[in-house]
Ligand binder design. Structure first.
Ligand SMILES: [Zn+2]
Length: 409
């Protein structure tokens, strides 16, 4: 069977972001977005065959191929968004805790009162696989409706072998958008264990080999912070997964300085997430590293905490990505436009930086920058078509009218 080729014409503008990709996401400027007037976008079932303007000769792309044309009415073409940090699979919600937060209780005080991760843990353990799948699929569909073509999803509300595997199996069954699953068994200390050392040993020796055997996942995450896991546990996890050929990512230095982000950046972590409490020296070293710095301003906003020093990280050459951190406690929003708005207002990111952060750099954090993040020949056949113009994005937090082009249409 021959692949079906589609020619999309009629949009006013496209942004290919190939300049962002050429710079590997460092210090993206407006010109790196590569604005194309009157774009032509051609795909087959799997990959992009052409992206350029009407003035270019694209007829050779169609040689010996049957193609059909889709006419778009104006608007803007962009690479699909990559949402690279979510806790999408969880039981219940934590709306009741929001009132406690408003009354002045801290994240840690709520956790000590039986709320926080422990409360979601209980509801997630009680839920069946199909109940979790139903609610998670709805959340994933909502991301897709905002232009997401690839979504990272973490486990981490099971914290025992059976329930962690249950969550990973839910992620495997999600449909409609490419999902990348991340094992976050080291999210918190479950009540069955008394020390973080003991639980980390259990996860590294009992849980991870079984997850590996079931090929459910190939990346791992850990929450390193005050009252949670320590640098030593991060090192132990890193050693364990290195032998399995997995990627490392981490939640670090969100509530307090632990040195986790720098250690991760210097030891092959694909991304260091949160990275709020950094010394000047750490900030410069992380910016120069290959790790993507995942800013999660939704969590900083909801917890009313400091935002990461993204302006300085970018100015020192850091690769910065953005994500919602969607979870029922510290960042219940799934609104990507709002996250970009926060990034612009609170972290002084330019629109070009926000776009790069939600496309190429987010794809890099997942090791998928050769597939997603820019409109370039050979990359995955995905794009989004907005009715709105560029300056309407990441401005008012509203959901924009859009359609998926290519694979996910
Ligand atoms: Zn998170």
């Amino acid at each position: 069977m021959t692949a079906s080729v589609v020619i999309y014409r009629g949009a006013d503008e496209a942004l290919s972001l190939h300049g962002v990709a050429a710079k590997k996401g460092r210090q993206p400027k407006f010109e790196d977005l590569n604005l194309i007037k009157k774009p032509v976008f051609i795909t087959d079932d799997h990959q992009i065959l052409f992206i350029g303007s009407e003035d270019e000769d694209w007829s050779s792309v169609l040689k010996n191929k049957e193609a059909h044309q889709v006419t778009l009415s104006g608007g803007l073409l962009l690479p699909g968004f990559v949402e690279a940090h979510t806790h999408l699979v969880h039981g219940g919600d934590r709306k009741d805790e929001f009132e406690m937060r408003i009354a002045g209780k801290s994240y840690e005080e709520i956790a000590q009162a039986g709320g926080g991760i422990a409360s979601t843990l209980k509801k997630t353990r009680e839920a069946t696989q199909s109940e979790l799948l139903e609610s998670s699929q709805k959340s994933l569909d909502f991301f897709k409706s905002q232009g997401v073509v690839c979504c990272e999803v973490k486990s981490g509300y099971g914290l025992n072998l059976e329930d962690e595997i249950k969550i990973l199996k839910v992620i495997e069954r999600l449909e409609g958008t490419h999902c990348v699953s991340t094992f976050l068994g080291l999210h918190s200390l479950p009540s069955e264990f008394t020390t973080f050392d003991e639980y980390t040993n259990f996860v590294c020796t009992e849980v991870l080999p079984k997850v590996q055997a079931e090929t459910l996942c190939r990346r791992a995450d850990i929450f390193v912070d005050r009252g949670y896991f320590e640098l030593a546990h991060l090192k132990q996890l890193s050693n364990t997964i290195k032998k399995m050929g997995w990627d490392l990512t981490l939640h670090g230095d969100q509530l307090s300085a632990q040195g986790a982000s720098l250690w991760g950046a210097q030891n092959g972590a694909k991304s260091v997430d949160h990275a709020v409490h950094l010394s000047d020296e750490e900030l410069k070293k992380i910016a120069k590293s290959e790790a993507v710095i995942m800013a999660l301003p939704g969590a900083d906003f909801y917890l009313d905490l400091a935002y990461p020093r993204v302006r300085e990280l970018i100015d020192h050459g850091g690769k910065v990505a953005l994500a919602t951190d969607f979870n029922p406690g510290s960042s219940p929003t799934q609104n990507i436009d709002f996250i970009g708005l926060l990034a612009r207002l609170k972290m002084k990111m330019s629109l070009a930086e926000v776009l790069a952060a939600y496309t190429y750099n987010a794809a890099s954090a997942l090791g998928l920058e050769n597939k997603y993040g820019s409109l370039e020949v050979g990359k995955s056949a995905n794009a989004i078509h907005f009715e709105a113009g560029l300056t309407d994005l990441f401005y008012d937090g509203s959901q924009k009218k859009l359609q998926h082009l290519g694979e996910l249409k």
